[in-house]
Write a protein that binds this ligand. Structure first.
Ligand code: GLN
Length: 308
């Protein structure tokens, strides 16, 4: 299959639709991003990368960071993490608080904001916030095999200043005893992980361990066991797009994780790690053109995990 032709065709077909969707504006710094951008990078498990469009432009990975923090938390605490966070789709928006009261401060899954905040609290154990941010950044550089990956401090500050709903979620969970560190510390780390800036190329490299049974084929390093990679993929498939997860499985059929910066990381197990980015979001906060692009890709490649 000519994957370069596939990504070139996708960029060409989407050209007239650039700017579709609505850029996230509840984080002021993200509202400034030019919506007329689209990039795609596919890295196959043999280490070859195919790119088209704005694949080299850095963007804010936002909630895609939740996959990588989950990986770190599992490495640190293992299966014990599931006492404090569930593994079921929420069917609610990414920043919803409604289920938390009924479920005694235990979030539905690690990919909604409440769940990710609990995961960040776990990664923070034994560290100062500064050290936990450093650990996350080092891990991202290691799995992307690229020391140029950085955190956009302006985005982190912008969220710190306006993250009222995240403060509400964190305070609510601390009230239930499900956060062990001060809310300011946990959210300080959370806002910095979300503010990581990566290009599609870098992100497709970083996701490779999930496509390749836990080992990054670029470096040969084992990041997680094959079983853990499989389980993270399962969570991405069921919960990675919030209340759009069912729709994403229906149209694309790949484990995926979106972020309000307009990025999506999708995994074709045994085949490739794919990153797409376009800032305009659909109704549930997932990249509008990114979702369309991945549907086109799945159709062309037959990579859906549900069959060709
Ligand atoms: N930093 C964003 C927030 O907490 C992440 C949300 C997202 O990407 N869906 O609101």
């Amino acid at each position: 299959m000519d994957l370069q032709a596939v990504v070139d065709d996708i960029v060409r077909d989407l050209q007239p639709r650039l700017g579709e969707g609505k850029v996230a504006d509840y984080i002021p710094q993200l509202a400034r991003v030019d919506p007329n951008q689209f990039g795609i990078a596919i890295t196959t498990v043999d280490g070859t990368t195919y790119t088209a469009g704005d694949a080299g432009t850095s963007f804010s990975i936002q909630s895609i960071s939740k996959v990588f923090m989950l990986t770190l938390a599992l490495g640190k605490a293992g299966e014990a993490i599931w006492k404090r966070v569930g593994r079921e789709p929420s069917g609610s928006s990414f920043n919803s608080i409604v289920q938390l009261e009924h479920e005694h401060g235990i979030p539905r899954n690690p990919f909604i904001n409440a769940g990710a905040i609990v995961i960040t609290d776990m990664v923070l154990a034994g560290h100062e916030p500064r050290e936990a941010i450093g650990e996350f950044l080092r891990f991202m550089r290691f799995i992307a095999d690229d020391d140029a990956v950085t955190i956009d401090e302006k985005v982190a500050r912008s969220e710190q200043e306006t993250g009222y709903r995240n403060f509400a979620l964190a305070n609510f969970m601390r009230g239930f005893g499900n956060l062990q560190h001060p809310v300011e510390h946990v959210l300080g780390v959370y806002f910095h992980q979300c503010a990581l800036a990566m290009s599609c190329v870098q992100l497709s490299h970083a996701g490779l361990y999930l496509a390749n049974r836990g080992t990054n084929p670029l470096t040969g390093f084992s990041v997680v066991s094959p079983k853990r990679a499989r389980r993270i993929n399962a969570l991405m498939l069921t919960c990675g797009h919030y209340d759009g997860s069912g729709d994403f499985a229906y149209h694309v059929g790949l484990p995926g994780k979106s972020g309000v910066g307009g990025g999506i990381l999708a995994i074709a197990p045994g085949k490739a790690s794919i990153a797409v980015w376009s800032p305009g979001l659909n109704r549930v906060g997932n990249s509008a053109l990114g979702s369309v692009a991945l549907e086109m890709l799945a159709t062309r490649t037959g990579w859906s995990v549900f069959g060709t």
